[in-house]
Design a protein around this ligand. Structure first.
Ligand code: ATP
Ligand code: MG
Length: 257
């Protein structure tokens, strides 16, 4: 059975896509079969996996509105070694079109059920909003991975996100839990980073992953080469941190929660 995780945070630019793409590549390095679902009309995870969003015949949009299935639509990331259900700006239309369709929250869940045996992990990259697209991610998933920057405003949006996850848990998907909070773009020289990081540990305890993703320019450069940082420069600090994070996630799933 595939473990399905959404990478979500309604704040923009906090490292969701970088985390999804690099975790996917890291899990492949750890011998796992991975499908990355790009649920963001920006298509950054698609491009960062080396797939051109401008020349897609089919995309996750067609899957959500019932015009294609995942097996017909997914492509292999040439650089990352995982499958990608790609997205482009066409997906923005799904937000509106889904409103009139039956089971609009569970479209992705139903589509993923058909490929459940083909993957060990499905990772869903969400847009920076708590929209119908993100809701489809939450309804399909077993858990949420929340990337967080350790800065003053980071904690502010977190309660909205946690409340949304609780509502989805209560109304749509009793399986949904927070798998963990991942500290990203971490700068250990900043006192503020240390303070916010300590606050997170106080509030969320074990839910904070041990792995810390440092701010690392190689991770930021990799997408312009259509590669995950883990592949682009495996010896960089950022790549090593994501590989370690992949191992921690696998270890965590092995333990009873
Ligand atoms: P959006 O909300 O727009 O989808 P996002 O949450 O997916 O954004 P990313 O696109 O992953 O965020 O990251 C935002 C920017 O920060 C990108 O330019 C990315 O390359 C850069 N970045 C992400 N993580 C790191 C890191 N650890 N070190 C350096 N740069 C990073
Ligand atoms: Mg993104």
């Amino acid at each position: 059975m595939a473990r399905i995780f959404v990478v979500a945070n309604q704040k923009g630019g906090v490292g969701k896509t970088t985390t999804t793409v690099n975790l996917a590549a890291a899990l492949v390095r750890h011998g796992k079969r991975v499908l990355l679902v790009d649920l963001d009309p920006q298509g950054n995870a698609t491009m960062g996996s080396g797939i051109d969003k401008r020349s897609l015949e089919r995309s996750v949009y067609h899957v959500l509105i019932g015009q294609a299935d995942i097996a017909q639509t997914a492509q292999q990331s040439p650089s990352g070694g995982y499958s990608v259900l790609p997205a482009n700006r066409e997906l923005a239309g799904a937000e509106v079109e889904l409103v009139d369709l039956d089971d609009r929250e569970t479209r992705l869940k139903q589509a993923l059920a058909q490929v459940d045996a083909d993957y060990d992990f499905v990772l869903v990259d969400c847009p920076p909003s708590l929209s119908m697209l993100t809701l489809n991610g939450f309804c399909a998933a077993h858990g949420v991975i929340i990337p967080m920057q350790c800065e003053y405003y980071a904690l502010e949006g977190l309660s909205d996100l946690v409340n949304t996850i609780k509502k989805v848990h209560a109304n749509f998907n009793a399986d949904l839990t927070i798998i963990g909070l991942l500290r990203v773009m971490f700068d250990p020289r900043m006192t503020l980073s240390q303070q916010v990081s300590a606050q997170l540990e106080q509030h969320f305890g074990d839910k904070v992953f041990r792995s810390l993703i440092p701010r690392n320019v190689r991770l930021a450069e990799a997408p312009s080469y259509g590669q995950p940082g883990v592949v682009f420069d495996p010896s960089s600090k950022g790549a090593k941190a994501y590989l370690e994070f992949g191992a921690e996630l696998i270890e965590r799933l092995g333990k009873p929660s």
